[in-house]
Design a protein around this ligand. Structure first.
Ligand code: GLY
Length: 314
């Protein structure tokens, strides 16, 4: 099987001055994941490492750069799933750790459970030797400014539908195993303790070797209502291509519950899609040693994997 990775840096609005950083961030994540796959690494390792790289990149709403809740704190959700055996691990409302996706993987591999939250997740992280970092280290100047702006009495009442984000990756490895990983700071100025779609299996992501893998981004409450990730794989099981299945599911979310978002998909035969109903979504994929990437609807730029490695300084 030829390996493929697809990553996204979140659907929503990407301001002009942040376009280059978002593009470069998703390209670097895709290159990282593909390098692992090319060396015979697993889809699970590839998606985890690709997402961890974006969690460390302050351009994205995940890890460092996460949006703030109503109290001005970072609370993050993440999920990882292995398509070989349908194992998954997730964390929700976690604070003070750099890489929630790595903690999600530990939940999957070191516990009998699938989702740990808040204080319990914090205790588990400690038991696993995951270093605690000051919450301030995850907060960027931009997320603090955005938080304060949203607190203003005349702030945009539709902010939950415009200020979206999240990062994710899906991959298929040389053995034909698929995996997905998704991580987010959630919605800006969300209520303390709010958990979105990302941590919920079938909503924030799903992976099944019998069909493929998907990772979602967008308005979490809408994504959960239609169980977006699993809905896409359902449509693929019924014979749709990844692109048709993504568009059909996103259209269902828009018409049934008025929700906007984006998705990335890889099928178990290596076909892929990156689709969104928002204005923009940063995404990148590598297949057959060729990188494709974009931000706007219909945009599909390309360069060779080797050329991209050099231009991104790998
Ligand atoms: N899709 C991310 C969230 O709503 O939390």
């Amino acid at each position: 099987m030829k390996p493929v990775i697809v990553v996204h840096g979140g659907a929503g609005r990407i301001f002009k001055e942040r376009e280059d950083g978002s593009r470069s961030g998703v390209i670097r994540a895709a290159l990282k994941g593909y390098s692992i796959l090319k060396q015979g690494g697993s889809a699970l390792d590839a998606v985890e490492q690709a997402v961890a790289l974006m969690e460390d990149d302050p351009h994205f709403n995940a890890g460092c750069g996460s949006v703030l809740n109503q109290k001005g704190e970072v609370e993050m959700d993440a999920i990882i799933m292995d398509g070989k055996n349908l194992a998954s691990g997730a964390v929700s409302a976690v604070k003070c750790i750099a890489n929630p996706i790595k903690l999600a993987r530990l939940v999957m591999e070191k516990t009998e459970h699938m989702l740990l939250t808040d204080y319990g997740a914090q205790c588990f992280a400690k038991a696993m030797g995951v270093p605690e970092i000051p919450g301030e280290k995850l907060i960027t100047e931009r997320s603090r400014e955005r938080w304060m702006k949203n607190l203003e009495p005349d702030s945009n009442p539709h902010k939950f539908q415009t200020d979206l984000g999240t990062v994710g990756a899906v991959a298929i490895d040389s053995e034909g195993n698929v995996a997905c990983a998704t991580s987010t700071g959630g919605l800006a100025n969300k209520l303390v303790g709010r958990v979105g779609d990302t941590a919920c299996i079938g909503s924030g992501g799903y992976a099944d070797n019998h069909v493929g893998a998907t990772s979602t981004t967008g308005h979490g409450e809408s994504i959960m209502k239609v169980v977006l990730a699993r809905l896409i794989l359902y449509h693929m099981e019924q014979g749709m291509s990844p692109e048709e299945a993504s568009d059909t599911a996103l259209n269902c979310m828009k018409t049934r519950v008025g929700g906007l978002g984006g998705v990335i998909v890889v099928s178990n035969s290596g076909d892929w899609a990156a689709r969104f109903s928002t204005k923009q979504m940063s995404w990148a994929t590598v297949k057959d040693d060729q990188l494709y990437y974009g931000i706007y609807t219909g945009e599909r730029l390309t360069k060779s994997f080797e050329e991209a490695l050099t231009s991104e300084g790998f």
